[in-house]
Design a protein around this ligand. Structure first.
Ligand code: NAP
Ligand code: COA
Length: 266
């Protein structure tokens, strides 16, 4: 089932960082199902190849680009590869991220920096690398943040929370600077999403069931529900929307850190 025209992104070219798995892979698949050619970028070539095979099974064109978002030059090379291969870039989705539960008191400097480097610096690197190509197409950037980590105080995730809050601010700043060039910059903040690496790390074992019971909507979300929000924001229907975040969290953020505190017995 889709509310979107199957040709919504016909001829468009999308790049999804973190597109080798989880929410990023679902976003890539949904763009492909709606006509786009999609490049996916991540460190693991095997994961990227799996996504590309899924795109091709839908009759779409896919491209696997093995790179680390912490490497700005690799991002520039990836964008150059896309524009040489397909002649354009219309949509960038930044979904690559890393996270784990750790008390701040024992988190090493390198552990904190690593997550900031991947999530926040990696998002900037991709935005910066894609800017000229996106400006040529009046394109769109959709940054994936997180609810409620990006907005409220949370236990055991100061690294990811700081990174996601930074991406929220970066989204607004880039929207301001790049709006005159026709580039819209928006964010989508998912809440807990089922069957993802993220939630297997953040709600291990029994915590998953407890957290789902605490959710205002009584369940975790699905990756396709996040992808639908991303596609809406990337579409012409959202042509006057920039510098804002669409929260897709089943109401989790209404509880502050409540879902996580209860689930982790904190
Ligand atoms: P995931 O499957 O682990 O997706 C993260 C992706 O990022 C992986 O494909 C990973 O591939 C890639 N990645 C990690 N480090 C990278 C690096 N240095 N360079 C390039 N790629 C890198 O996790 P997910 O749960 O679906 O999360 C996807 C996004 O949604 C993240 O931004 C996350 O913060 C956000 N989010 C998730 C949830 C949730 O409930 N799961 C909730 C809120 C927000 P490689 O390891 O191969 O590089
Ligand atoms: N608790 C505390 N510290 C941790 C940790 C954990 N669970 N996992 C990693 N770290 C620390 C390491 O100890 C290291 O610090 P040190 O050098 O002081 O010991 C630092 O983080 C970097 O770890 P490393 O494994 O070298 O980083 P990496 O670049 O290979 O991997 C991660 C990045 C750690 C974020 C890894 O979990 C990852 O690749 N995640 C991607 C998938 C993911 O997180 N998906 C969910 C998205 S929400």
């Amino acid at each position: 089932m889709t509310l979107f025209d199957r040709a919504l992104f016909a001829d468009r070219v999308c790049l999804v960082t973190g597109g080798g798995s989880g929410i990023g892979a679902e976003i890539a698949l949904q763009f492909a199902r709606h006509g786009a050619r999609v490049a996916v970028l991540g460190r693991s070539a095997a994961k990227l190849d799996t996504t590309v095979r899924a795109l091709e099974a839908e009759g779409a064109q896919g491209l696997a680009l093995a790179a680390d978002v912490r490497d700005a030059h690799a991002l520039e090379a990836a964008v150059a590869h896309i524009t040489q291969h397909w002649g354009r870039l219309d949509v960038l989705v930044n979904a690559a991220a890393g996270n784990f539960l750790s008390p701040a008191a024992t988190l090493s400097a390198n552990g904190f920096r690593t997550v900031i480097d991947i999530d926040l610096c990696g998002t900037f690197n991709a935005c910066r690398a894609a800017y000229a190509a996106l400006a040529a197409r009046r394109g769109v950037i959709v940054n994936i943040t997180a609810s409620p980590q990006g907005f409220v105080a949370m236990p055991l995730q100061c690294h990811a929370g700081a990174a996601k809050a930074g991406i929220e601010k970066l989204t607004r700043d880039l929207a301001l600077e790049w709006g005159p060039a026709g580039v819209r910059v928006v964010a989508v903040a998912p809440g807990p999403i089922a069957n993802t690496e993220g939630m297997s790390r953040l709600a291990p074992g029994d915590a998953a069931e407890t957290m789902q019971q605490k959710m205002p909507l009584g369940r975790w979300g699905r990756s396709d529900e996040v992808a639908s929000a991303v596609m809406y924001l990337a579409s012409p229907a959202a042509g006057f929307i920039t510098g804002t975040t669409l929260t897709v969290d089943g109401g989790a953020g209404l509880l502050g850190a409540g879902c996580f505190l209860a689930a982790l017995n904190l």
